[in-house]
Write a protein that binds this ligand. Structure first.
Ligand SMILES: [Zn+2]
Ligand SMILES: [Zn+2]
Length: 331
């Protein structure tokens, strides 16, 4: 099969992904083999490709927002029939036995596997995944429209939940990429006012088109105190600015898997019971709940399609803020 293979992490400007012929994977017990139709491009893929996340498998095929069709089932796999359209996300597998898994927090599992990082992902014609970690996808979304729901959408949804935002509340978004452009649609559906701080003028415009009350520069102060804020951008210097924008008791949620160092800041920015927390991965319940909400609203993703062979170009564009919405690779 054709796949985009990362042999060694390197700056994306050097085109580190090789479009190569590799053996197609075979489904093991309890797994399904999926023929990929579309795979979303996520900032986490960029962190994997550039080595900000330490390599866990090498070589590796990135990609964890897979929409495809079940081609065949491994021994004992019965949940999906061949031909079923399914989604594969970041959480590839958990042990099911650690204290986190048993406590309903499988996103924090002690022995997790992650799609496109610790196992091969969806920048390829075929990918395998345990059937228990594969999502049935709602109809009504074209393949390329559904792909960004599987990480940008699910993680953004978990961020929204953990922010504690309520109807009528004021919510800040710092960074307005793929995750934010989906999360704003959920927030607006819930009756939340959104304030979008982002450095790129195209992203500011998209935020306003999608119903933001205000948009401005990444470190600019929103015009009203925020009940909660989510930092999607991987830039630690945003954290003090976002804290400054929170009302007393407000929550700041950090949505990324990687962030540059957070500069020191005066305690008074945090005092008055403001809270900072990160979001790590998602549970399968988050995924199922989000996909239901996405179909109900319905969410409309803005996608920019690249051929599978041009994954380097898509990641380059992502790095340079050149994609309003989400990039998607199509097979
Ligand atoms: Zn576990
Ligand atoms: Zn992702």
């Amino acid at each position: 099969m054709k796949a985009c293979v990362l042999r060694a992490p390197a700056p994306i400007e050097t085109n580190p992904l090789a479009f190569a012929d590799v053996p197609a994977p075979q489904p093991g017990a309890g797994e399904v083999l999926v023929r990929v139709r579309a795979c979303g491009v996520c900032r986490t893929d960029l962190h994997v490709v550039e080595g900000e996340l330490a390599p866990r498998k090498s070589p590796v095929i990135p990609g964890h927002q897979v929409v495809g069709v079940v081609e065949s089932c491994g021994a004992g796999a019965r949940r999906f029939a061949p031909g079923a359209r399914v989604g594969i996300a970041w959480l590839h597998h958990t042990d099911g036995t650690c204290s986190y898994c048993r406590g309903g927090a499988e996103n924090l599992c002690d022995n997790p596997a992650f799609t496109g990082y610790t196992v091969d992902g969806g920048y390829a014609e075929y990918v395998v995944a345990p059937e228990d970690f594969v999502y049935a996808l709602p109809e009504g979304f074209a393949d390329e429209q559904a792909a960004p729901l599987l990480c940008a959408g699910i993680i953004g949804f978990r961020c929204l939940r953990l922010s504690g935002i309520q109807a009528g509340g004021r919510l800040g978004f710092y960074g307005f990429g793929a995750a934010a452009h989906v999360a704003i649609q959920v927030a607006r559906h819930w009756g939340v006012e959104v304030y979008a701080a982002t450095r790129d003028a195209r992203h500011q415009r998209l935020a306003m088109e999608l119903g933001a009350r205000w948009s401005g520069g990444a470190l600019e102060a929103p015009p009203a105190p925020l009940d909660a804020a989510i930092v999607f951008a991987p830039a630690g210097e945003i954290v003090p600015a976002a804290l400054k924008a929170l009302r007393k008791g407000g929550a700041l949620v950090l949505g990324g898997i990687h962030m540059s160092d957070i500069p020191s800041f005066p305690y008074e920015l945090l005092y008055q019971e403001r809270v900072i927390r990160s979001v790590a991965n998602n549970t399968r319940q988050d995924g199922a709940d989000f996909l239901r909400v996405a179909a109900d609203i319905p969410i409309r993703t803005r996608v920019h399609i690249y051929p599978l062979a041009e994954a380097n170009r898509a990641l380059n564009a992502l790095k340079n803020d050149a994609i309003p919405g989400a990039a998607v690779l199509k097979c």
